[in-house]
Ligand binder design. Sequence first.
Ligand code: MEV
Length: 440
Amino acid sequence: MNKAILGFSKLSKEEKIKWIVKEYFSDSSEAITLLKNYWNSDEKIQKLHDEFIENTISNFYIPLGVAPNFLINGKYKSIPMAIEESSVVAAASKAAKFWSTRGGFKATVINTEKIGQVHFIFKGDESKLALFFAQTKSRFLEDTENITKNMKKRGGGILDIILKDKTNLLPNYYQLYATFDTKDSMGANFINSCLEQFAKTLKIEASNYEIFSEDEKNIEVVMSILSNYVPNCVVRAEVSCPVDLLVEKHIPNPKEFAKKFIQAIQIAEIEPYRAVTHNKGIMNGIDAVVLATGNDFRAVEAGIHAYASRNGSYSSLSHAKIENDIFTFWMEVPLALGTVGGLTSLHPLAKFSLEILENPSAKELMQFVAVAGLAQNFAALRSLTTSGIQEGHMKMHLNNILNQFKATEEESVLIRRHFKHHAVSHNAVVDYIENLRKQF
Ligand code: MEV
């Protein structure tokens, strides 16, 4: 097909499906059956999902798993994770168990400030603008009182607004730079509503400001939007134990292990190619919990990667050291999360995940998410610096290969038995299945 369709969003769901399958599928009834197989049998639940976005035609499943035995600040937690990558939940569970007998994870929220900006163009005298802002600052707060009323009752609200002169970077470019505390909500709607009101106030007040010339009165607002970069909304997660206590079946020489583990981190600290993959492993844990709890993983990803580059070069989020024979492994990450509002209460499984976490505050969720990221990083580095990553990964991936080849129950039992004692590789499994099938 090489033509546009007009008014697609206005079609009914059935009409949209009809159009899609007619345009892109040779067997339209098979395609329709596939889409409908993924509909929820409960019409109400399906309608809820249909309405999350525009043009919904079906649901796209991702497994929801649970990694138990996370000892965090002295309390056991089971962590829900929504992720498709085969080894992630297994790795998290393994790391959780490992650290549960070595003091567990410690997590602390360092700060919780969020940021929003009104980006605007002012052509005129900067000192007059600064005076205007000083004289009208309280007006910005008054004009947003309707929006901030409830948030203030919950102990949050606008923390401050400042004027930023960015004209050295872009001619005539200024910002109203505002900071917020949004308590247990992620706060995107709250922040954006405040900012849009600031923009209105800015324009109105400027147009009536007598000291301004006609040009100066005409402030151009370019946009008003929160920033997903939240370097002052940071949580720290940490594990530590005497080096000798790192010993276990796969770590016969803990000193050697700790040394190599720290070297692996040092490489990620100074080498961006490695840092990206290192941090990707951390994001395996972070994204999975963020997604399971109905939070915005794209916002979290963007903010965290910006934070990883804050010193001018992309670097490791995690760090490790040995001091006085104590091995310490830690990470600080910015996380703007919510446990009320948005999808958190709307998506039944997000709500369910939050219940597994015993309905945490946003601060507690920040801690659990950071811990999941650190655990994932520990599991990855432990494998990478000892047996290599493929052994565990391919063991988990075996299921995917069996499904790809539509292995029967009997075949699966035989294949699993064989690969308990043999290295799993795609080719080895395919060869084994083919041989098996030749025999029967
Ligand atoms: C795979 O999803 C993640 C790893 O590549 C992370 C890492 O290399 O540290 C194993």
